[in-house]
Design a protein around this ligand. Structure first.
Ligand SMILES: Cc1cc2nc3c(=O)[nH]c(=O)nc-3n(C[C@H](O)[C@H](O)[C@H](O)COP(=O)(O)OP(=O)(O)OC[C@H]3O[C@@H](n4cnc5c(N)ncnc54)[C@H](O)[C@@H]3O)c2cc1C
Length: 278
């Protein structure tokens, strides 16, 4: 295993551009150190990124909040800026692991590690976040719902890294919100099922709804078919059998050591019912 600590952001992007071999970034280390210890990563190049100022911190522009990739969950949970514009996003992240883990684990690491159970992903999906990817040739932005292509697979090129996460200041404003992470315990638990949702209602009708699930597919995703079906309907017009059929098309729950697929499916159904008040 080779370890490399680039001096600055320029050296970092130049060095990843120059090599095509498999490399990993070490941010908080809470995923990668476990993977190295368990022998899942061998003979790789490990690049430290936590000391690079350009990748860290929370800032605002006129319309957006920008969160540097190496910003920790502790920083996000304590941020006044996030509290002002994205209080639902902030509050929901309190369910992440434990205070000790929150102090090391970074938002960029949670996304890039790409676990189906990653807590931040359903929240970034409902707030329609964009990821900024950086390479030696510049930056590009990609909507979070276009980032993953399969289990732990994404559209990042080998010479790129996530530099920041961009969320509209109005992403959750005026919406009723919902976030439930169901695990074995309240604290230090990995989600068996997670549902995040935002909705607007007027004249008793669902005017707009955004739903995203975690732990139910190879990567967290929006429930577009259900969103489309319930939009514009009054609660009395929603046939839950149809919602159920659409859900079966959108999720492929798995059985693993944490839970079985039937349990995951039924919990997800109940969470959707609960958010829709059905
Ligand atoms: C005890 C324990 C409890 C946990 N509980 C939870 C939990 O409740 N919820 C949850 O979602 N996760 C949980 N995790 C998983 C982990 O803490 C998170 O996924 C964390 O956010 C990873 O961030 P990190 O900075 O530690 O990433 P690292 O371990 O440093 O890196 C993880 C991966 O991401 C890549 N990477 C890191 N930063 C970037 C970047 N900027 N650009 C591109 N690639 C990058 C690395 O190459 C590596 O492959 C837990 C882990 C442990 C050990």
């Amino acid at each position: 295993m080779k370890f490399f600590k680039p001096e600055n952001i320029e050296t970092l992007v130049q060095s990843i551009d120059a090599q095509s071999s498999k490399r990993y970034y070490l941010a908080g280390g809470t995923d990668i150190n476990v993977q190295i210890k368990n022998g899942m990563i061998k003979n790789a190049e490990i690049i430290y990124i936590n000391h690079i100022p350009e990748l860290y911190g929370i800032s605002e522009s006129e319309d957006f909040i920008q969160i540097g990739a190496t910003t920790t969950f502790f920083d996000i949970i304590k941020s006044d800026l996030i509290k002002k514009y994205l209080p639902f996003f902030q509050k929901s992240l309190e369910a992440f692991a434990s205070p000790l883990l929150q102090a090391s684990a970074t938002i960029g690491g949670n996304i890039a590690n790409g676990s189906p159970t990653a807590d931040v992903l359903p929240l970034l999906l409902v707030t329609k976040a964009k990821l900024e990817l950086k390479s030696n040739s510049g930056n590009r932005q990609i909507p979070i719902d276009m980032f993953f292509t399969g289990y732990k697979k994404n559209v990042m090129h080998t010479n790129e890294l996530i530099s920041s996460i961009i969320i509209s200041k109005n992403a959750e404003k005026g919406y009723q919100n919902f976030y439930e992470k169901v695990g074995a315990r309240k604290s230090l638990t990995i989600a068996k099922v997670a549902l995040a949702g935002l909705k607007k209602e007027s004249d008793e009708k669902i005017e707009e709804i955004i739903l995203a699930v975690g732990s139910l597919n190879e990567y967290p995703r929006r429930l577009y078919k259900i969103e489309e079906y319930v939009t514009g309907k009054k609660l009395t017009e929603i046939d839950f059998k149809t919602v159920d059929e659409l859900l079966q098309k959108e999720i492929t729950p798995i059985t693993d050591l944490r839970s079985d697929k039937e349990y995951r499916y039924h919990v997800c159904v109940n969470l959707i019912r609960s958010f829709l008040n059905l």
